[in-house]
Design a protein. Sequence first.
Length: 95
Amino acid sequence: MSYEQESQLLAQYEKLAEAGRIVEPSEIKKAYEEKVGHRIGGQQIYRVLARHGWRKVMTRSTHPKKATYEAIKASKKLKYDWKKKEHMFGVDEFV
């Protein structure tokens, strides 16, 4: 399949991706196999996607401003005396 034919095939999936749909390589592989008329290897579709500048975009696994593991662990060790309200308000009028 020529580069232009591959571009035309990927154009329809590019529109879906821009609309917010998750495009899986298995879908593109099925369409590619139908277009060429025979089965292709497992890595060939990934080479086609790389050739056309496609890349894997994933959601991030953690928030970028998340506290470190050590900070979270240290905060769990803090103790608070609920009977002394001056800790909460900083004044003695509530005692």
